[in-house]
Design a protein around this ligand. Structure first.
Ligand code: CA2
Length: 159
């Protein structure tokens, strides 16, 4: 997270630097430790570092988070709206395919949400073909490994 973007009291976003929330769902904290043939070898920290560099170079800030709990992701979507984030990149992981509550949260905010996946769920098991997130997301970036996040960030920065 880029602390320059937030004040110390209310956590509000300061003035001129746009902030992009990057929210990651369950099990992604283990990225880089198994199934590299599907998800690549980067850890979530590696991805966060690259996004941060990329965003700073463009005069923006990244607020990068991960949780294994559905409610945290919902609270963070609400927070993105409350603090005036420019966009949200959301890899809801397994919740992508199950969570009406996350769909409702995306629909409840006006901040554009971009769906991100390392793998391409449409080339995998049929239960991954349904995406509740995709029903409300502005666009989907999937199947490019860690690059999916960078591609989504590029588009979000151009909003
Ligand atoms: O490809 C993606 O980014 C997914 O969102 C990853 C989810 C999966 O359920 C979605 O269908 C597609 C799984 C995240 C599991 O994360 C790990 C990755 C490597 C090692 C351990 C966990």
């Amino acid at each position: 997270m880029c602390n320059r973007c937030f004040d110390n009291i209310g956590g509000r976003i300061l003035a001129d630097q746009p902030t992009i929330f990057v929210l990651n769902g369950p099990n992604l904290n283990l990225l880089g430790t198994r199934e590299p043939e599907i998800y690549g070898i980067d850890t979530l920290d590696d991805i966060a570092g690259r996004l941060d560099d990329h965003a700073r170079a463009a005069g923006a800030c990244i607020d990068f988070r991960q949780s294994n709990h559905e409610g945290h992701l919902i609270d963070w979507l609400h927070e993105a709206q409350a603090v005036g984030a420019k966009a949200v990149l959301l890899n809801a992981a397994g919740f992508t395919h199950t969570s009406v509550a996350i769909l409702d949260a995306i629909k409840a905010i006006t901040v554009p949400v971009f769906e991100v996946h390392l793998s391409d769920p449409h080339k995998r098991e049929s239960f991954r073909h349904l995406s509740y997130v995709g029903m409300a997301a502005k666009a989907v970036f999937a199947g490019h490994g860690a690059k999916s996040y960078e591609l989504a960030l590029d588009v979000a920065l151009q909003l």
